[in-house]
Design a protein around this ligand. Structure first.
Ligand SMILES: Nc1ncnc2c1ncn2[C@@H]1O[C@H](COP(=O)(O)OP(=O)(O)OP(=O)(O)O)[C@@H](O)[C@H]1O
Length: 293
């Protein structure tokens, strides 16, 4: 199983949302990280065939997805960003409807719905209306429709958006449980969602791939660029424009500052620390201040 994306390019009018993106994906979870507008949804919608690229191609096991047509759609599960669900439908009716859109027979649909409801822990809520579901339950029912038919490729567009930490963990656990032998693409802004489960992280920035590697290797690349230092408020004010600050903690009137910098500080003792994925995210996509990459 190999999904190859070659030079994928897509513009909306004059705005190039995706610019020559190439990726090679094999079974495992791929985290798609990037700020708002980076092109994550565009990339996922292109793979799912919801929109068409201007240039480039997508191949699955050597054949283009266009040539595969319906055959490709059968092995694909897609969870869109939360949108107006059929609020008056019960969970079961919604899933039956989605199963019929996927062309499943009644008997097959009944089996798949049971399995998917169990997987997302909504078996007891099957007869409740979606309008009465919490945000987390809505996300889980959207995930249920994506995993019906046991897809080989599973695309999840921000499945944890707007969820509390408990629901987020739940979704993450469901993903790791079903990810075996599947190519899973998981878009998120929340680094902690994917830290434990991603085989590789794809850093997407302004429509281009800024980096793609294992979380471990991405952290290795920041060796010697992440520091901690104890400083006074005055020192912080003097230095803050030179630093990309990850966080600050106050201890006994002094500040412990974790920051990214190309070089150690002059005049303040700082020690290099091991980078984590949050640091990597900040390195590529720093909010407010310019990122380093
Ligand atoms: N249908 C459209 N028409 C015009 N511009 C679009 C359309 N869809 C997306 N864009 C633009 O393309 C760029 C990429 O959008 P996209 O939704 O792919 O980003 P994203 O990384 O998924 O963002 P978010 O995290 O906010 O969902 C953005 O600048 C967006 O405004």
């Amino acid at each position: 199983m190999i999904l190859e994306i070659q030079n994928l390019t897509k513009s909306y009018g004059k705005h190039m949302a995706l610019n020559q993106v190439s990726l090679s994906l094999t079974p495992g979870v791929y985290a798609l990280l990037g700020p708002n507008g980076a092109g994550k949804s565009t990339l996922m919608n292109l793979i799912a065939g919801n929109i068409r690229q201007d240039y480039g191609k997508i191949c699955y096991d050597g054949k283009t997805t266009e040539a595969l047509g319906r055959e490709f759609r059968r092995i694909l599960g897609f969870m869109p960003q939360q949108q107006g669900l059929y609020e008056n439908f019960t969970a079961y009716r919604f899933l039956s409807y989605m199963a019929s859109l996927k062309g499943m027979s009644r008997a097959k649909a009944a089996k798949e719905i049971e399995w998917a409801l169990e997987m997302v822990h909504l078996a007891d809520n099957r007869n409740q209306r979606l309008g009465a579901f919490s945000g987390g339950m809505k996300q889980r029912v959207l995930m249920a429709q994506a995993i019906m038919n046991d897809p080989e490729i599973l695309i999840l567009d921000e499945p944890t958006a707007g969820l509390d930490p408990k629901e987020r963990i739940r979704i993450r656990n469901i993903i790791s449980e079903i990810a075996m032998d599947k190519i899973v693409i998981f878009a998120t802004h929340v680094v902690s969602d994917i830290e434990q489960i991603a085989k590789e992280a794809v850093m997407l920035k302004a429509g281009k791939i800024a980096a793609v590697n294992t979380p471990e290797a991405l952290c290795d690349m920041l060796e010697g660029k992440v520091f901690e230092a104890e400083m006074s408020q005055g020192e912080l004010e003097r230095l803050e424009n030179q630093l990309l600050i990850r966080n600050l903690v106050k201890r006994d009137g002094r500040l412990i500052v974790r920051f990214l910098s190309e070089t150690p500080l002059v005049g303040v003792y700082s020690s290099a620390v091991r980078a984590d994925l949050e640091d990597v995210y900040l390195y590529y996509f720093a909010n407010g201040k310019g990122a380093m990459a």
